[in-house]
Design a protein around this ligand. Structure first.
Ligand SMILES: [Zn+2]
Length: 358
């Protein structure tokens, strides 16, 4: 397996993703996908040349039903006809359902491509859509459908590593009682950010107990605390679970300039995080699908370029003309202390299910 080294990697993109748009003045607009592709092509033609752009097909009802209920699909269709709302922040505008189906199709095809070629990427991560609900700009959960599809195809263990700034409540709910999917989420402290889920004590239920790991990050966490979480929780769980596929639900929204979040990662940190995940997958010879689509504010493209830079381990000159807030030594010590408590508590909760924490 080459893990994309020096060669092309499949990247799933459809121009009609532009239809995934929530209208003027909404932080999620559909032009983000095309802007990124154009920017990569113009500024970094060599890196762009490494992407093997593939056009996904729309996901059928049959696929969507692997993660959603039939009554939910019917509700989405009827809401689209009257421009109704799934939640306060998520209006179903005409065309957005078709675009959501394309995003799901992309992640499903991406998961299969990763299994065939060891590495694939694309736009995805609609992780706030649950079995029978949609919210947080998410209509259908492409991450969950992709994982459920490869399980249907015969896989037994899939890791979903969600590093979007927001906790992936939809993905968590869909697999909460399922031990075939290990769901790990690093997200901003739910007491300070939507969706207000993803506390350490949410570790799964029934057969799935111990197969959900939530790592709430303090506000302005920055790279050192991410590294701590990766070292102490994520790496041991990967070692214990032995996934046959990793789906990394990334996103540009942990970036310090993001207008909705406060996680304090700079461009280099987004790159480091991605390089580390891709490097681990490669070392362990586990296929990796890396998907992202979040990010709010003026530097979404720059954040996504930082993700690609880490994934492909390419040198790319990136910058943001806006300084990061300085954090005092005292604030840093307090955040470290709070992170320490979170990780200790989580390890204690997971210990009965994982001998890697003994
Ligand atoms: Zn997000």
């Amino acid at each position: 397996m080459s893990h994309g080294e020096g060669t092309g990697i499949a990247f799933f993109y459809h121009p009609d993703f532009a239809g995934y748009d929530f209208g003027a003045n909404h932080p999620f607009r559909g032009d983000r996908f095309d802007s990124f592709i154009r920017s990569l092509e113009e500024r970094f033609p060599d890196v762009f040349g490494r992407l093997d752009l593939r056009t996904p097909e729309r996901a059928s009802d049959e696929l969507l039903l692997l993660a959603h209920t039939r009554s939910y699909l019917e509700r989405v269709d009827s809401l689209e006809k009257r421009r109704g709302f799934l939640s306060l922040d998520t209006q179903v505008l005409p065309g957005s359902v078709e675009a959501a189906r394309l995003v799901v199709g992309a992640s499903v095809a991406g998961a299969r491509a990763a299994l065939a070629d060891s590495l694939a990427a694309g736009f995805g991560g609609l992780h706030h859509a649950g079995p029978n609900y949609g919210e947080g700009f998410c209509i259908f959960n492409d991450v969950a459908v992709a994982a459920a599809t490869v399980l249907e195809d015969g896989l037994e263990r899939v890791l979903i590593l969600d590093t979007d700034a927001h906790q992936g409540n939809g993905t968590m709910d869909i697999f909460y009682e399922d031990s075939r999917v290990l769901f790990i989420s690093l997200h901003q402290d739910p007491r300070t950010l939507y969706p207000g889920r993803g506390f350490v004590y949410e570790i799964g239920a029934g057969k799935g107990k111990g197969f959900t790991a939530n790592i709430p990050m303090p506000m302005l966490a920055g790279w050192p605390l991410y590294e701590m979480a990766m070292d102490e929780i994520v790496d041991p769980l990967i070692q214990g679970f032995k996934p046959q596929l990793i789906i990394r639900n990334g996103g540009g929204d942990p970036l310090y300039t993001d207008i909705l979040t406060n996680l304090g990662l700079d461009l280099d940190s987004l790159t480091r995080l991605n390089r580390r995940i891709a490097g681990r997958a490669k070392e362990l010879n586990v296929p990796l699908l890396d998907i992202f689509l979040s990010g709010y504010g003026p530097y979404v493209t720059e954040g996504w370029l930082a993700i690609i830079r880490g994934l492909l381990d390419e040198p790319m000159e990136l910058s943001i003309p806006e300084k990061m807030k300085r954090i005092s030594g005292r604030e840093q010590a307090m955040m470290h202390e709070s992170m320490r408590r979170t990780l200790d508590e989580l390890m204690l909760l997971l210990k009965p299910f994982w001998n890697v924490f003994q």
